[in-house]
Write a protein that binds this ligand. Structure first.
Ligand SMILES: *[C@@H]1O[C@H](CO)[C@@H](O)[C@H](O)[C@H]1NC(C)=O
Ligand SMILES: *[C@@H]1O[C@H](CO)[C@@H](O)[C@H](O)[C@H]1NC(C)=O
Length: 343
């Protein structure tokens, strides 16, 4: 009887499959700034408005302690949010205890620089932006719930989704360093935002989870990611201490959406380094091997069951026909007579 247990088999093959899926969601581009020393990041970041590198590069001060100041830190290489493009970013920041506008992670279309102005986060109505705002002022004009909230802004400062942070026991403008994680998943078409203390790991539950299809928002046009702040009427200062970003492309067969024509035409993603990663090929080979092994195992499994059942039935039948216990055989001497001799 073949002996193998399905759990041990599944615990070998299924992680392999998920490992392959994880690899297939290949990173297109990523960056990670633990500090902003001018020499190392000069070519990668762009500063707008009042934003300055400070403390020998250990932070970027977006807004100095002056009213009506605005600053934007942006990554200066663009990318395209196609049907299958997901991204994750996380950054640490602090906001001084004043009632300024706070700070926002923003995604901006190409050509935004000439349209920035002195409004909240520098975002004029002329810019089709996505913003995740960490807002410390209660601006009734845009329907803010209070002076301590996180909101998702889609082309407007009137947040499409908002969360009162006071009920989550978090205070944005305490001057304490906080950390936020923002994730856009191209499969689920969902933008999620987490917030925690600097030293903590990402909490389980997001502060906000908002359904949105970013591939439709800019229709695959080039966009840029940045962190923006404005002080409003106060002398609020906002700083960024670290920032990382990762763009990845989910394989088309992983979701049921139609394939993006741009990908079909083989138009490369702007930040993409190589279209076929050797690791993906290796993963493909391993995955195929895994599939073959799975099929072989299923075949063996069915065969083993069939043979086992067949053998058992045969054994049962044999037991019925022949008594289990030994039977005495009597040997008789048989005289063989040669008939030829008799004649
Ligand atoms: C936000 O939450 C705090 C604490 O639970 C509560 O006192 C306050 O009324 C809430 N604000 C709004 C606008 O819901
Ligand atoms: C900022 O100050 C101006 C003039 O003092 C005032 O009209 C406006 O309401 C203030 N804005 C906020 C958000 O407090």
């Amino acid at each position: 009887m073949a002996t193998f247990s399905f759990p041990s088999f599944s615990s070998t093959v299924f992680p392999l499959v998920f490992w392959f899926l994880a690899l297939s969601a290949k990173p297109i581009s990523s960056f990670s700034f633990q500090d902003f020393q001018k020499t190392s990041v000069d070519s990668e970041i762009a500063l707008y408005g009042d934003a300055r590198i400070s403390n020998d590069g250990s932070s970027v001060t977006l807004t100095p302690p002056l009213a009506s100041s605005f600053g934007l830190l942006a990554y200066n290489r663009g990318f395209r949010l196609l049907e299958a493009t997901s991204f994750s970013t996380d950054f640490s920041f602090s906001i001084s205890p004043d009632n300024g506008d706070g700070l926002a992670l923003v995604v901006l279309p190409n050509g935004f620089a000439s349209k920035l102005d002195s409004s909240v986060f520098g975002l004029s109505r002329k810019i089709l932006f996505l913003g995740v705002e960490f807002d410390t002022s209660m601006d009734e004009n845009v329907g803010d719930p209070n002076g301590n909230h996180v909101g998702i802004d889609v082309g407007s400062l009137v947040s499409a989704s908002v969360r009162n942070l006071s009920s989550a026991n978090l205070l944005l403008n305490s001057g304490v360093k906080l950390r936020s994680w923002i994730d856009y998943n191209a499969n689920s078409k969902r933008l999620k935002v987490w917030l925690g203390k600097l030293e903590s790991s990402r909490p389980n539950d997001p502060i906000l989870s908002y359904p949105i299809d970013l591939s439709k928002m800019w229709k695959g046009e080039e966009v840029f990611v940045g962190i923006s702040a404005s002080s409003g009427n106060s002398s609020q200062t906002s700083s960024v201490y670290s920032w990382s970003f990762r763009l990845r492309s989910v394989p088309n067969w992983l979701h049921s959406q139609p394939v993006d024509p741009r990908r079909e035409r083989g138009e490369p993603l702007r930040m993409q380094k190589s279209s076929v990663c050797p690791l993906t090929v290796l993963a493909g080979v391993i995955f195929s091997t895994g599939c073959l092994a799975l099929m072989a195992f299923v075949f063996l499994f069915v065969w083993a069951i069939f043979v086992a059942r067949h053998t058992t039935v045969a054994a049962a039948a044999t037991e019925e026909e022949y008594p289990k216990f030994p039977v005495d055989f009597r040997y008789q001497k048989i005289d063989v007579v040669d008939t030829k001799d008799v004649k």
